[in-house]
Design a protein around this ligand. Structure first.
Ligand code: SF4
Length: 345
């Protein structure tokens, strides 16, 4: 493993694959926090004779692979840094796409134990804890489980993304099963918030970067979201937002929603966006509400991108029925639309 900026990257493996596949030109894609690492990696690759270009985009997740940039730059390989693998994308034979996880080299065990301590003090009745973590800290999963048990905590990890124990991404929390409470080992609030919304369980974030523990509070963010949904109850016009990011591209779902809304006598337009921004959306004109078929997290983490109430496909049922009584935050993550069972044309 090669260490760059506190991250471990398997450069030997990358070089072996690139040489074997006779790659000449590489496009490197990295999330904003790993851009510096991608520049340093490009220098290493250039020293080995490869031509390298850097993608300036955000690289939001494994759903976001820059095939168009690879074509324009005539790159025969894309190195996508920092995510575990493709999300809802079937990789083509060409260009070669290599997912290169960047493992954070700092051991998160101490901060995990602190989170467990705080959770057990919060409720001494907790018997089982579930561990969820992102790819950056996943190499420590085994050690975290062992040390937690040594300290008397019943901490478990369940198969998550790609069946990998404990692995979560922003839109997949299948690893968060059973248990009385969740410990999310991840930087910032994004993944911990997702785990809490998905599971409905008390969740603590053990942040290995800040070396801090935070209990996730979903109440405020959920009330704001539910209030926004209620504002959409009487909407007559909808903009259905579709992203061009390959793993977020949901045109079929958008067309299905448009058809139903039009049958209900509403106005519905579909807008396709490369980058979803408030400005781009506002350029489409005025609408009463927005339906987000792109990254499901936009509706809860970035609602300000939309000039009006934003609804995810799984939440349409509530809006069309004008009833939030049985609302489940899990429906936020649904990529297929849920319509009312009755009353549709
Ligand atoms: S859809 Fe959103 S949450 Fe899921 S991988 Fe992409 S950016 Fe992350």
């Amino acid at each position: 493993m090669h260490k760059i900026d506190n991250y471990e990257i398997d450069i030997k493996k990358i070089l072996t694959i690139l040489i074997k596949k006779k790659v000449k030109r590489i496009l490197i894609q990295a999330p904003d926090g790993l851009k510096n690492l991608s520049i340093k990696l490009s220098h290493v690759l250039e020293k080995h004779g490869f031509s390298v270009v850097l993608s300036g985009g955000h690289a939001w997740g494994g759903c976001d692979i820059v095939f168009d940039e690879a074509r324009l730059t005539d790159s025969d390989a894309i190195i996508h840094i920092g995510h575990h693998g493709p999300v809802r994308i079937e990789l083509p034979k060409k260009p070669l796409v290599m997912f290169v996880p960047a493992f954070y080299s700092v051991d998160p065990t101490r901060i995990l134990l602190e989170a467990l301590k705080q959770a057990s003090q919060y409720n001494s009745e907790f018997k089982e804890y579930v561990l969820a973590t992102t790819i950056q800290h996943h190499k420590w999963l085994g050690k975290m489980l062992i040390e937690a048990r040594k300290s008397g905590f019943n901490l478990k990890a369940f198969p998550g993304v790609l069946g990998i124990n404990g692995l979560i991404i922003g839109c997949d929390y299948t690893a968060v099963k059973s248990g009385d409470a969740v410990i999310a080992v991840a930087g910032g609030v994004f993944h911990g918030l997702g785990a809490a919304l998905w599971s409905g369980k008390p969740t603590w974030i053990a942040d290995p970067y800040q070396k801090k523990v935070n209990k996730v509070d979903t109440k405020k963010i959920l009330s704001k979201h539910l209030y926004n949904l209620s504002l959409a109850f009487d909407s007559q016009s909808f903009l259905i937002v579709v992203s061009t990011k390959p793993g977020q591209f949901n045109l079929k779902v958008a067309e299905q929603i448009k058809e139903i809304l039009e049958k209900l006598g509403k106005r519905a337009e579909i807008g396709i966006f490369d980058e979803i921004s408030r400005e781009n959306i506002m350029n489409m004109g005025e609408f009463d509400a927005y339906i987000n078929t792109a990254c499901p997290r936009l509706a809860i983490d970035d609602p300000e991108l939309f000039p009006g109430p934003v609804i995810n496909p799984g939440e349409l049922k509530y809006v069309l029925e004008k009833n939030l009584e049985d609302y489940s935050p899990r429906d936020l993550f649904l990529l297929v639309p849920r319509f009312p069972r009755t009353g549709l044309p």
